[in-house]
Design a protein around this ligand. Structure first.
Ligand SMILES: Cc1ncc(COP(=O)(O)O)c(C=O)c1O
Length: 398
C-alpha cells in the first residue's frame, strides 16, 4: 500500500492562530534562567501569592477521601451552586445552577463559548489593546475580529458610544474585559449598563471576561451579570486563577443563558470532560469561605501598582496610564524606539530581557506598537530592583 504524500498535515484552523506571545516570553525567560541568569520577572500574568491554606486543605481532603474519579461534565452540583451564589451575593445576579458551567480554567470557558457561538464570517468586536488570546480564539472558530481602537489619553477606556459605532449587521458578539489585561482599564458602571442594553436591544451577545473583576481598584466593582433584564445576551466568563491565586489549578467558569451553557457543556463532554475532581472541591472552599484573602491580596496589588507607577515616573521618556484594576501597567516607550538598534517594542523587550535581565511583554502581543506590559504581581523588592534595572538601561539607550 502506498501512503499519499500529498495529504495536508495541518488543518486550516490551526494555521489561523499563533503561539501565545506571553507563553513565548515565559519560555525565553526560562531558558535564560536555566543558564543562571538572575531575572526580575514582570512577564507572567499571575499572582505572586501562594494559594490560601484553606483552599489547599480542601483539595488535600478531597484526595484523601478518594474524590479522584470523573465527575459530571459541567461540574458537581455543589460547585455550580457555589458559583451562582457567590456571584449573586457579590453582584446581585440571578443565575440558576444550570446556567453555570465549571471549566478547566477561564481560558477554556472563553474558548468553549466562542466555539459554540461564532461561525465563519461572524464579526466579533474586540477593543484594543486586548489580551492576546481573544484574537486567536475568535480566528480559530472562523470569526472575523473587528478591532476597536481606544485612546491612550482616555486611559484606554471603552465607551458605549465607541462600541455602537463599531456594530455592523454581521456583529455577532462583543468582547469586554474589564478590568483589562494589559492596560488595567475599567469600563465605568454607567457605560457597562449602556453597552449591556445596546447588545440586548440589537440581539448581540456580550462576552464579558471578568477574570479580574475582584481586582477592581475603583471601589465600584460591577459585573455585566448584574443586569438581570439582559441575561439572554450576556455570557460572564470567570476565573478563580487571579482572585484566589490559583493559576495552576485551572479553575474557571461561565454564567449565561441555559442553551449556551448546555452547548458549552456538550463541547466539553467531547474534549476535557469535567475539570479535575479535587480542584472542584477546592473551588467550593474558595467560593464559600471567608473572602478576606481576596481583599488582602487586592490591597497589596494597589500598593504594588502605586510603587510601580512611582518608579516608572522616575524614568525620563516613559509615560504610563493609571490602571484601575488587574495587576499590569502598560507604559508607553515610544520615546526609545528608533534609537540605536531598537525599532520595535518587541526588540526593546528582547533587549531588556537579555541586557537588563528584566522580563516584560511587548505591546505587539496586545495590538499596540508603542508599549510594553509589566505585571507587578511580584514582591515589592522585585518592583524596586526591576524598575532600577530598567531606569539604568533606558538611561544608557539615551
Ligand atoms: C484577560 C484574561 N482572561 C482570561 C485569562 C485566563 O485565565 P485562566 O487562568 O482562568 O485560564 C487570563 C489569564 O491571564 C486573562 O488575562
Amino acid at each position: 500500500m502506498t501512503v499519499s504524500t500529498t495529504a495536508k498535515l495541518f488543518s486550516d484552523r490551526i494555521g489561523r492562530i499563533e503561539v501565545s506571545a506571553t507563553m513565548a516570553v515565559t519560555a525565553e525567560a526560562a531558558k535564560l534562567r536555566s543558564q543562571g541568569a538572575n531575572l526580575v520577572d514582570f512577564g507572567a500574568g499571575e499572582p505572586h501569592f501562594s494559594t490560601p491554606r484553606h483552599i489547599k486543605d480542601a483539595a488535600i481532603a478531597a484526595i484523601e477521601a478518594n474524590f479522584t474519579r470523573y465527575t459530571v461534565v459541567p461540574g458537581i452540583p455543589d460547585l455550580r451552586k457555589a458559583i451562582v451564589e457567590r456571584h449573586a451575593c457579590d453582584f446581585g445576579s440571578d443565575y440558576a445552577v444550570d446556567e453555570a458551567v465549571f471549566t478547566t480554567g477561564g481560558k477554556l470557558a472563553l474558548f468553549n463559548a466562542i466555539q459554540v457561538m461564532i461561525d465563519h464570517g461572524d464579526e466579533v468586536i474586540l477593543p484594543v489593546p486586548y489580551w492576546v488570546s481573544f484574537k486567536d480564539i475568535i480566528q480559530y472558530a472562523g470569526g472575523k475580529v473587528v478591532y476597536l481602537e481606544t485612546e491612550e489619553s482616555e486611559n484606554f477606556r471603552i465607551t458605549a458610544d465607541a462600541i455602537e459605532k463599531a456594530i455592523t449587521p454581521k456583529t455577532k458578539a462583543i468582547i469586554l474585559n474589564s478590568p483589562s489585561n494589559p492596560a488595567g482599564s475599567v469600563v465605568s458602571p454607567a457605560d457597562l449598563e449602556r453597552i449591556v442594553n445596546l447588545a440586548h436591544d440589537r440581539g448581540i451577545y456580550l462576552l464579558l471576561d471578568e477574570c479580574y473583576v475582584y481586582l477592581n481598584f475603583t471601589g465600584a466593582a460591577v459585573s455585566g451579570g448584574s443586569f438581570v433584564h439582559a441575561k439572554e445576551h450576556v455570557v460572564v466568563l470567570g476565573s478563580l486563577s487571579k482572585t484566589y491565586a490559583m493559576t495552576g489549578w485551572r479553575a474557571g467558569f461561565a454564567l449565561g443563558p441555559k442553551p449556551i451553557i448546555a452547548a458549552m457543556s456538550k463541547l466539553q463532554s467531547q474534549s476535557t470532560s469535567s475539570a479535575t475532581s479535587f480542584v472542584q472541591k477546592a473551588s467550593i472552599a474558595a467560593l464559600t469561605s471567608s473572602q478576606e484573602c481576596v481583599a488582602t491580596m487586592r490591597a497589596d496589588y494597589i500598593k504594588l501598582r502605586d510603587r510601580t507607577l512611582a518608579r516608572l515616573s522616575e524614568i525620563p521618556g516613559v509615560t504610563c496610564t493609571v490602571p484601575e484594576g488587574a495587576f499590569y501597567v502598560y507604559p508607553n516607550i515610544s520615546a526609545f524606539l528608533g534609537k540605536t538598534g531598537v525599532a520595535t517594542a518587541t526588540e526593546l523587550a528582547t533587549k531588556l530581557l537579555h541586557e537588563a535581565h528584566v522580563v516584560t511583554v511587548p505591546g505587539e502581543a496586545f495590538g499596540t506598537r508603542e508599549h510594553i506590559r509589566l505585571s507587578y504581581a511580584v514582591s515589592h523588592d522585585d518592583v524596586e530592583e526591576g524598575l532600577k534595572r530598567m531606569k539604568d538601561y533606558f538611561a544608557k539607550l539615551g
